[in-house]
Every structure is written in C-alpha cells, then in structure tokens.
Unconditional design. Structure first.
Lengths: 431, 276
C-alpha cells in the first residue's frame, strides 16, 4: 500500500532455525507440559482425598452394619414367664407379651449359660430379641431353644481385639473371654437389622439409623414441597412478569444475598418464626423442613431464572405467533425447556439442605429421639445431626455407628443426585 | 403476474397516492397513521398502508428502516416488548386490532407469523403443526387433528418429505424444511393473513426457491406480507411493494411499477443499489 520504504518491506525473512527461536519453542513445549501436569496433579489430589474418605468410611463403617451376637440357650418352660402358647392367640397378645418378664428371663439364661457375669455379655436390649422370638413362634414357650442375641458393647469391642489406648485388666479379661467364646462357637458376627430398622439409643448395639433416615426423608419432603413450587413461581414471576424497576432490582439483590447467608442464621430465623411465633412443635420435621426450605428457595430461584432466561426467544415468538397465551407459552414451552436447569438447581439446593446441621441444631432437632417419627410433627432428627450426635458419644461403640451413618447419608445423597440426573436427562431437549 | 398487471392498469389512471387503492373486496388490513416508539425513540413515523387479500405484499428497505417493526405491529407481536408503544389505527376487516376488546390470542391466530430464523418447537413434526389447532380447539377429534396436520403439511409442500417420520423432532429437519414446517404450523390454525419476517434470510438458494414457490401457491388463500432484504426476492414473489426508509413509508405501489419506475428519489437510489 505504502511506498517501498515501509518497515515491512525492509525486514529480513524470519529465521526459524536460530538458537533463540529453538529455545523459545522448547520453552513453550515445556510450559505446555508443565501446565498439563499441574492440572493432572490437581485432579489426582482431589481424587485421592475422595478415595481416602470413601475408603476410611467404608472400612470403619462396614462394621457398623453388623453386630456381634452371642448364643443364648433359653429354657422357656422353666422360666418365670407363665404364658401358654394358646394365650397368645387372643386379642390381648401384645399386652401379655409386654407384661411378661423377658428381661429377667434373659438375665437368668445368661447366668445359667455364662456364669455370674453372664448378663454383662448381653446387650441391654437382648431381651427384646426373646420377646420377638416368642411373638413369632409361641410354641417356643414349650421348649428350650438357643437364640442369637446381640452382645454387649464390651464384647463387641473385644471382638475387634482392640485393647484401646488405655490398658485395663477388665478389657484384657474380656478379650480372653471372647477368645474362649469364639472357640466354643458361641459368638458370631452377623448383619445387623437393628442398625437399619431402629432409632437412636444410648446403647450402641441398639442404636439404629432408621429414625434419622426417616427424619431426613420427612424433612426433605417438606423442604421440596415448599421450596420447589415457591422457588419456581418466584423465578417465573421475576423473569416473565415483573416490571423492570428499582423494586425488582432490590428483590433480586435480596434473593442473591439470601442464597449466601450462613445457614445457622436460617436456624435462628426458624426458631424465632416457626417455633416462637407460630408455635409449631419443636424438633419436628415440619419445622426443619420449613427452615431448610427458606434456605433452599433462593438457590432454586437463581437457577430457575437462569434456566428460564436461556430458553431461546425464538421459541416464545413461535408460540405467541400461533396464538398461544402468555401462560400457555410458559407452561407448554418455557417451563418444559427450562426444567432440566431448574432441576439441577433444585438438587444442588436439596443436597445442601440434606447435609445441613447447624440450623437444625437451633430448632431442637438435636434431641435424643429413640423412636422413628410417625409424622411431620413428631420429634425427629436427621442424618447429619445424628452423625454429629454419635460422634460426640463417649461409648466407643458409636465410632463405627458414626461411620456407618455417614455411609447411609452419602448413599442418600447419591440416590438423590442420581434421581436428578435421570430426570434431567429425561427432560433434556436435544436441539 | 397477470393479476398484477390488471390491477396496475386500474391504478395507472390516477396519480400515485401514499396508499394506492386495493380492491375493496380484497381489502384485509388497513393501517392509518401508525407511529411506533421504543421508549423515546421513534421507530415508525406515520405509516398508512392497505393490505390486500389477492396479492403478496413485500416490505423492503435498508436495515433498521422499521419494516420488521411495522410487520410486528400487524399481529401485535410488539406487545411483548414492554417499552414499545404503538399509536394510530390498524384494522383487520374493519376491527381495530389495538382496541381493548380485541383478544390478542385470537388476533394472532387470524394473523399468523413466520420468523426470520426457522423456529420449530423442539417437539415432533406432528406436534409442531398440531400445537396451534390444539390450543385453539380447532380439532374435534384425533382424526380431525390428523387431517389438519396433513393438509397443512401438504399446503406447505412438506408432506411428501416428512410423511414417514411425523414423530421425528422438528429440529432435526434441514433449515429449509424447518422453515416450511413453520409455515405449515402457521397455516394450521387457518389464518387470514400470514406475516413473513425475512423467511429466507437463513436459507440457501435452493431452499429459498422452494419457499418462494410456496408463497406463490399460497397467494390468494391468505393475505401474505413478506419482509425481505432481497429486492430480487421482492420482485419475484410480490405484486405490491412498500419501501420503508428511516421509519417512514416512502413509496408503496405495484411491484413492477415500483421497481421499474419509482416515483421517489430515495426509492430509486435504494433499488439501484446506492445505499442499503
């Protein structure tokens, strides 16, 4: 374009083979390799932590699903239980069973089988097993039978051969005793239905996760039932109907801030509003669910708005163009198309809510609840709080229960996320 | 083209006004003194125009001249833009479409629209066409609906190509097929007017030719208004052409007349390629 004196014309041809050039190329390749290595290192590190976590949990927790059982020969005929099989066919069966002294029977049987300290080998709840056995088969009352009943924590502990940090003669004696029992085939380790079907207990051999699991489930139902519709409706209104003015801006800022508020503050809010003002029952799933719904809703609103925003305007035009009303455009096109995004946001929020402990502590869900909740207003606890409570217990038997509870929580989360991914893929539009 | 020349001879007698007469029996839509504002900005300035049933009307003009804006006034698609304000009067068969008693939903069924970018719903081909009739309750039964879908696809010249895969996704079709699907979707609700907003701008020449052919076939069944950037296209498909510039209607007349003997200097400059 210019005259012949332009710098571009006078430049020498580039020599790509000079040393400086070659060094630069090598440095570039090295930088590339280094960068890739950093990335790989980061991935391996996080994968390593995850593997470590899972491995420890499974290694510790697997035993939490089992229990040591001890063989207990019970002679029902010679017992103080003056029940006949025929009596158990009437309507007062439960009452009769409740009145019978199975506790005493278990105690006597243990003394008969294992000597004076026999009862110490049995779990405090071993007698329940006796009652269940009789309830299942009343004919037992006419004969002698050997039942497998849960062993005490001391036995359970000895079964591990773990002498513990503090040496004690008692413990050594128990380990020796356990060895003998094992040799005689009088103890076994079996899968513990107790853990999966019972609620909290002060005795780790009787403690179960079902109560907390059910509490979590009820809480999540309340949370989802509130946060999802409210969140989606709020997102729809803000995105589709709200006029663009200072008020909408303020609401938007507030919702964004709400999503970032530390969860314990929601707990205080729940305490003040739902328990103090509305006088809803303390420790109940409904209050927990309401509190967590407050926390989850902003997450759903934000995700929902983004999802709705990402529906191409051409689709709205198309629907309006054939005469769809704004509500029809929304329900027939916009919502179905943004559903995958909304679901993703919902699951992120719900997962966070499921793992939440702090706000629930404040509304009383840390109470000791020995029976699974029967409804939304019953006293309940949830999985993460149960884990927190058990990790705080003095009895060493709770260590593995804690790990087992963590496994249950992780599985719950996994199931929830799996469901979300399945739903998302199901509704995802391929363009 | 014969019809066009007939009308032309009629109108040649009188001096060209801003709105040359459309035969009264064919008159479908009239616009009088329409202004459109986007906030403070005036996008359309005092446009008056008649749209006839028996011919295809093309809107031409450089980018940003307001032709699409005006088109979107004709079925109130501008309602979706909060800052847009429309004044003046637009009648559909003598009824003011901006009258508060006018039902927008019904209006848009009577005045259908085809957009610049093919925008089929991400549903099956069948569902795309069936959607309009279904929400307006036009089909009494499944068989009825099937018939409407088939008829619309035949009219849009797409049926032969898709009859074996009506349940495939509409978005899997080629661009030209998608646009014809959109036309089928628009005619499925049996509109009186079809507005086309640069329907071929995203299509290749072969697909464009098919759409133009289709417009020819649809002419007379529906009043068709087409916005186009392409002057050759306007010359090919339309009998009447309106030239917009800077928000106002500069010239409106018989296509053959406007392209060969424009009355306004600006029209002449535009069609001879001085700007645009």
């Amino acid at each position: 374009m210019n005259t012949a004196t332009s710098p571009a014309d006078t430049r020498d041809p580039t020599d790509w083979a000079t040393d400086a050039m070659q060094r630069r190329i090598r440095a570039r390749y090295r930088a590339e390799k280094r960068f890739r290595f950093y990335g790989l290192f980061a991935v391996l590190l996080s994968a390593g932590f995850l593997a470590f976590l899972l491995f420890t949990m499974v290694a510790n927790g697997a035993r939490g699903f089992t229990q040591v059982q001890i063989a207990l020969p019970v002679n029902f005929t010679a017992s103080d239980i003056f029940l006949e099989p025929g009596q158990l066919e009437g309507d007062d069966r439960e009452q009769l069973l409740a009145q019978a002294d199975f506790q005493g029977l278990a105690r006597q049987s243990a003394i008969a089988a294992y000597g004076e300290d026999g009862p110490n080998l049995l779990s405090n709840g071993a007698w329940v097993r006796l009652r269940e056995a009789v309830s299942a088969d009343p004919e037992l009352l006419t004969r002698e039978e050997t039942l497998w009943v849960p062993a005490s924590t001391a036995v359970d502990f000895a079964a591990r051969g773990d002498t513990g940090a503090r040496q004690s003669d008692e413990r050594d004696a128990m380990i020796a005793r356990y060895g003998e029992l094992e040799e005689a085939g009088q103890v076994r380790r079996a899968f513990s239905w107790t853990f999966l079907t019972m609620a909290d207990s002060s005795d780790p051999t009787l403690a179960g996760i079902w109560g907390a699991f059910k509490g979590s489930l009820l809480t999540m139902i309340v949370t989802l039932a509130l946060a999802f519709p409210i969140g989606v409706l709020a997102a729809v209104y803000l995105e589709e109907y709200a006029p663009q003015n200072r008020w909408t801006d303020m609401i938007e800022v507030s919702i964004n801030n709400l999503a970032a508020v530390p969860s314990i503050i929601f707990g205080l809010l729940g305490l003040a509003v739902f328990i103090n003002t509305f006088e809803l029952p303390r420790s109940a799933a409904i209050v927990g669910g309401l509190t967590l719904a407050l926390m989850t809703m902003p997450v759903i609103v934000i995700a929902g708005r983004n999802a709705i925003k990402s529906v191409p305007p051409s689709i709205r035009d198309a629907a309006l163009g054939v005469g769809a009303s704004p509500v029809q455009v929304l329900t027939h096109h916009v919502l179905p198309l943004s559903l995958p995004g909304i679901l993703t946001g919902t699951i992120i929020g719900m997962s966070r809510a499921l793992g939440e402990t702090a706000p629930l502590l404040l509304i009383g869900m840390r109470a000791f609840v020995p029976t699974p909740p029967q409804g939304f207003t019953d006293a309940a606890t949830v999985l993460p709080v149960q884990i927190f409570l058990w990790s705080d217990e003095l009895d060493p038997g709770f260590v593995e229960k804690t790990s087992a509870a963590i496994i249950v929580l992780l599985l719950f989360l996994l199931a929830m996320n799996g469901l979300a991914i399945w739903l998302r893929n199901k509704y995802e539009q391929r363009w | 083209m014969n019809d066009a020349t007939d009308i032309q001879t009629e109108s040649q007698a009188e001096t060209r006004s801003e709105t040359p007469p459309v035969a009264p029996e064919s008159l479908k839509m009239t616009a009088r003194n329409v202004d459109v504002y986007y906030g403070d900005k005036q996008a359309i300035d005092d446009v008056s125009i008649d749209i006839g049933m028996d011919n295809v009307t093309a809107f031409i003009g450089p980018s940003g001249c307001g032709k699409s804006t005006f088109l979107r006034c004709l079925n109130r698609m501008n309602d979706t833009i909060p800052i847009a304000k429309v004044t003046g009067q637009i009648d559909l068969e003598g009824n003011d479409i901006y009258d508060p008693t006018m039902d927008v939903v019904q209006l848009r069924a009577r005045v259908g629209m085809v957009f610049q970018k093919p925008n089929p719903f991400p549903k099956s081909i069948y569902e795309n066409v069936a959607y309009g009739p279904r929400i307006h309750g036009l089909a009494a039964s499944k068989a009825d609906l099937d018939a409407i879908v088939e008829k619309s696809l035949i009219r849009a010249g797409l049926f032969e190509e898709v009859k074996d895969r009506l349940s495939d996704s509409g978005t899997a079709l080629s661009g030209g097929q998608q646009q014809r699907l959109c036309i089928a979707r628009a005619i499925a609700v049996d509109p009186e007017v079809i507005l086309m907003d640069e329907p071929c701008s995203a299509l290749d020449p072969i697909a464009t030719a098919k759409i133009e052919e289709l417009i020819h076939e649809l002419r007379g069944k529906y009043a068709i208004v087409i916005v186009t950037h392409n002057m050759q296209q306007a010359a090919r498909v339309s009998q009447r052409t309106a030239f917009f510039h800077l928000g106002s209607l500069v010239e409106y007349g018989e296509t053959s007349e406007l392209f060969t003997n424009p009355h306004q200097e600006r029209t002449k400059d535009y069609i001879t390629g001085r700007y645009g």
